[in-house]
Write a protein that binds this ligand. Structure first.
Ligand code: ADP
Ligand code: ZN
Length: 604
């Protein structure tokens, strides 16, 4: 009971938050009492507090294992702004700085030490740890132990030895991975057999999902940015480095502040771009998936995909970087069958063993299926990760504007029998030429104008036939062959449809959602409100520059919005605003109250 009160006090006085979110309180309580925990919580769910608060309650130092210097530095900076004694040890520091920190550690001067796994597991470091009082081990981004993930870090595997060496120090592993297989892997590999699992809902209610067919992808993207997210931070993912460079350049020419990021750029350039993205609130980063784990910017207002990700797991992880601060954000994507073909070829050329390839191919088809679904996106996404959700969400493109469908039974049968007649050897372009009865060179050379399916599809247009084939792939009636250039093969599932024993409804293609605007919660301010908003942001920027930290570390957008809503005029009132703790009040309170005072309240 006493502990709980203590946690509550720290939450309010240090972090400035009135209440715990989700399972934070149970997790903290469990750790404070010495238990191990595996915490599965979506991005933006508030994982950090789960070990930061225990680190302030338990005596000794909490060791936080983190995979990237950028992540450690961000967290340490944010904690320093709250007057918490946190420090990071990494190769970016001078020898003297490292020595100073180490002697500080021996004297017990820090509540939290952030460190990479490889450094932690050196003899030197373990020796140092032997002489310290240890409060807790926190293993952040724990999915890095998974060999199958994109973020695999071999050093994470060694972390299980911590338990053998320090059996009495509680451990907490945290991740935002929604993938069941990876979760089990984490528990096994980190030897967290006795840990209690804390699994939160993986829903990200503030993210609006919006997926459409590719037509003129760049133009579609530009329309989207200008209409819905002008002047805001966002990430645009592309499959190739070349595409990243070209698109960033093209966006700049069209008035969007955009920077490229991929593994082919010089490290300094990459670093500079990341820095610029992190420290501003209106930059678009065009990137390959190399831009990932280190991104913990809370005010990313959209994540756009110019190419389909390779799985729903990857899609969820990448889109999860939007809206960490809980304010409305959009996950936008354009896709086409070509994406499936290219990704399939990349798979075929990879060194993966056949069984893995097969699995990955299934994931790819599931992703296309997700793009092509009707119903509710959020429901489908959560169900995919094993979370049942009965109601529609009302906050995805398909809920806002249900997609039109048509009876495609006849068309699908023609399309499938055409695949069969042509010998299951051709891609969509040729198949559609045959259906439309186009006697071009290829068709003539192959003698395909003799086939019974030649010209039977004249009643429908080329885009519709392409759409039919794409949806047949998405629903598993045909698959794309991996070895050849996108040729289609019939699957077992196609038989009843071919025999006329099954009906099929398909979606009508659409390239934009029209009723969208009305559904997006208001994000912009007008008139005097806008002036105050800009003044608050400007002050935040000045303070951030002086302290050389990103603006959101001074106060988050959510905190500024609460100030707009409650208009505090005294320090006591300001302290009531979520995100304003004791130390920040002392540091910035006066300046913010002054800005608030000069803007007269707009009458309601
Ligand atoms: P995660 O690591 O799970 O992605 P963070 O720990 O970075 O999430 O938290 C996301 C945001 O939510 C941060 O801005 C954090 O300060 C805020 N937050 C965390 N817990 C609470 C809470 N109980 N009340 C209000 N805001 C919170
Ligand atoms: Zn929905």
């Amino acid at each position: 009971m006493f502990m709980l009160k203590r946690a509550q006090d720290i939450l309010a006085s240090v972090f400035g938050y009135p209440e715990f979110r989700g399972q934070q309180e149970q997790i903290i309580n469990h750790l404070v009492q010495g238990g191990d925990a595996l915490v599965l919580m979506p991005t933006g769910g508030g994982k950090s507090l789960c070990y930061q608060i225990p680190s302030l309650i338990r005596s000794g130092t909490t060791i936080v294992v983190s995979p990237l210097i950028a992540l450690m530095q961000d967290q340490v900076n944010a904690l320093r702004l709250l007057d918490v004694r946190a420090v990071a040890l990494h190769s970016g520091l001078s020898f003297e700085q490292q020595m100073t920190i180490q002697s500080g550690l021996i004297r017990g001067e820090y509540d939290l030490l952030y460190i990479s796994p490889e450094r932690l597991l050196t003899y030197r470091m373990l020796d140092l740890l032997d002489g310290m009082t240890l409060a807790l081990f926190a293993i952040d981004e724990a999915h890095c132990v998974s060999q199958w993930g994109h973020d695999f870090r071999p050093e994470y595997l060694q972390l299980s030895t911590l338990h053998q060496r320090y059996p009495h120090v509680p451990r907490i592993a945290l991740t935002a991975t929604a993938d069941q297989r990876t979760r089990t892997e984490i528990a096994e590999r980190l030897e967290l057999g006795n840990a209690r699992w804390f699994v939160s809902s993986f829903d990200r209610p503030n993210i609006f999902y919006r997926l459409t067919q590719k037509r003129e992808a760049r133009k579609q993207l530009l329309d989207f940015i200008l209409k819905d997210h002008a002047g805001q931070s966002g990430i645009v993912y592309c499959l190739s480095r070349r595409k990243v460079d070209e698109l960033a350049e093209w966006l700049r020419r069209h008035g969007v502040q955009a920077l490229p990021y991929h593994a082919g750029l010089e490290p300094e350039v990459r670093h500079r771009h990341q820095e610029q993205f992190q420290t501003t609130d209106n930059m678009v980063m065009v990137a390959t998936i190399a831009f990932g784990m280190g991104v913990d910017k809370p005010d990313v207002r959209f994540v756009a995909h110019m190419d389909m990700p390779r799985s729903i797991e990857a899609y969820y992880q990448e889109t999860g970087r939007a809206g960490r601060d809980g304010l409305p954000a959009t996950a936008w994507l354009v896709y086409g069958l070509q994406d499936v073909i290219i990704l399939g070829q990349m798979l075929a050329q990879s060194s993966m063993d056949p069984q893995m390839q097969h699995l990955e191919r299934q994931r790819l088809t599931a992703m296309l299926g997700f793009c092509e679904m009707s119903g509710c996106r959020r429901q489908a996404l959560l169900n995919y990760f094993g979370e049942q959700r009965e109601e529609k969400c009302g906050n995805c493109d398909l809920c806002v504007e249900p997609v039109a469908t048509w009876d495609a039974t006849e068309a699908a049968r023609m399309a499938l029998s055409n695949v069969y007649r042509t010998g299951q050897r051709y891609g969509v372009t040729h198949l559609v030429d045959v259906l439309l009865g186009r006697p071009n060179k290829r068709v003539t050379e192959l003698g395909h104008q003799q086939l019974s399916t030649f010209g039977v599809g004249k009643g429908l247009s080329q885009p519709i036939w392409r759409s039919v084939y794409r949806q047949l792939v998405a629903r598993g009636y045909v698959t794309v062959a991996s070895e050849t250039y996108g040729s289609l093969l019939l699957t077992e599932k196609s038989k009843p449809l071919l025999r006329g024993e099954e009906q099929l409804e398909l979606r009508r293609d659409r390239y934009d959602v029209h009723e969208l605007k009305a559904s997006l919660p208001e994000q912009h301010f007008d008139g005097d409100e806008a002036k105050l908003w800009e003044a608050l942001r400007a002050l935040r920027m000045t303070l951030a520059r002086e302290r050389q930290v990103p603006p959101f570390q001074v106060f988050s957008d959510a905190t500024l919005r609460s100030m707009m809503a409650s208009r505090p005029s005294t320090p006591e009132e300001l302290l009531q605003v979520s995100g304003v703790g004791q130390f920040k009040l002392e540091q910035y309170g006066k300046a913010f109250l002054e800005v608030l005072a000069v803007h007269v309240r707009v009458s309601v």
